[in-house]
Design a protein around this ligand. Structure first.
Ligand SMILES: NC(=O)c1ccc[n+]([C@@H]2O[C@H](COP(=O)([O-])OP(=O)(O)OC[C@H]3O[C@@H](n4cnc5c(N)ncnc54)[C@H](O)[C@@H]3O)[C@@H](O)[C@H]2O)c1
Length: 256
């Protein structure tokens, strides 16, 4: 098992990729600290971990909640080996539709919340002289034109930049920081994008999915497990000499 005796925090663990990552890590032997703003989905994921999870309701837009998350994890397990910064928000918006409130909302979770989770978890990892941080960015952060909106793409560009700077500033403490840039992945966020296409183009859901997948070289969108596979690799000792990288998992949509 990859994560025997490892303590892993996963943010946004109630649904989509975060849920898949938390369950994969638990199956591989980790004790998973589930950080999620939605109480109902948090409870559901906790039950699915089969006793390997600990739930801490957390809104990562709130720094007090992040501090509470880290202290509860350390209190329960004495250490933090892995942080997966997965929680993220967006909605479909045209260039002229983005408001200041939209901007603040997306940055408060995707960029600000993600950074302070990294900083607070890294404070613990520094004492251990070991740690793995995996940030979930997006191909939007590399300029993928099919992004949900421009501000969201900016938050994900910030994640890619912070992954590099975090990696360079934490390397001396033996902490690895890498990012995953998913392409279209079948989660609630994906459904939101598909329903946008359904309403705009007056087509069926099936047709919207078919048209979207036809643009992907390998011909399909990701399952959340495609992302969990990469997260499990990057959080494991197999990736000990990899840091500062942002890996696309997207069926070949983007090349850099
Ligand atoms: N689905 C895609 O196609 C896609 C593509 C590229 C990147 N991403 C990124 O992947 C990550 C996961 O997305 P997903 O598709 O699984 O989304 P999702 O909406 O299915 O799940 C996200 C989870 O994060 C939680 N969350 C939202 N705000 C939070 C907050 N402030 N604090 C704590 N938890 C919060 C939600 O309640 C939800 O359970 C996000 O960072 C997203 O931007 C998704």
């Amino acid at each position: 098992m990859k994560f025997e005796n490892k303590i892993a925090i996963v943010t946004g663990a109630g649904a989509g990729m975060g849920r898949a990552i938390a369950l994969r890590f638990a199956t591989e032997g980790a004790r998973v600290v589930l950080a999620e703003v939605n109480q109902e989905s948090l409870d559901e994921t906790l039950a699915a971990t089969g006793g390997r999870g600990m739930a801490v309701r957390t809104d990562i837009a709130n720094i007090g909640d992040i501090d509470e998350l880290i202290s509860r994890a350390v209190e329960a397990f004495g250490r933090i080996d892995i942080l997966v910064n997965n929680a993220g928000v967006t909605k479909p918006l045209g260039f002229f539709e983005v408001t200041e409130a939209d901007w603040d909302w997306m940055y408060s979770v995707n960029a600000r919340g993600l950074f302070f989770c990294m900083q607070r978890a890294a404070r613990e990892m520094v004492n251990q002289r070991a740690g793995k941080i995996v940030n979930i960015a997006s191909i939007a952060g590399k300029g993928f034109p099919g992004t949900s909106n421009i501000a969201y793409a900016g938050t994900k560009g910030a994640v890619i930049a912070m992954t590099r700077i975090g990696a360079s500033q934490l390397a001396r403490y033996n902490i690895n920081v890498n990012a995953i840039c998913p392409g279209a992945t079948r989660t609630n966020l994906f459904e939101m994008g598909i329903m946008e296409a359904v309403n705009k183009r007056k087509i069926t859901r099936e047709e919207a999915v078919r048209r979207m997948e036809a643009t992907i070289p390998l011909g399909r969108s990701n399952s959340p497990d495609d992302i969990a596979n990469m997260a499990a690799f990057l959080a494991s000792s197999e990736a000990d000499n990899i840091t500062g990288q942002s890996f696309n998992v997207d069926g070949g949509l983007m090349w850099d």
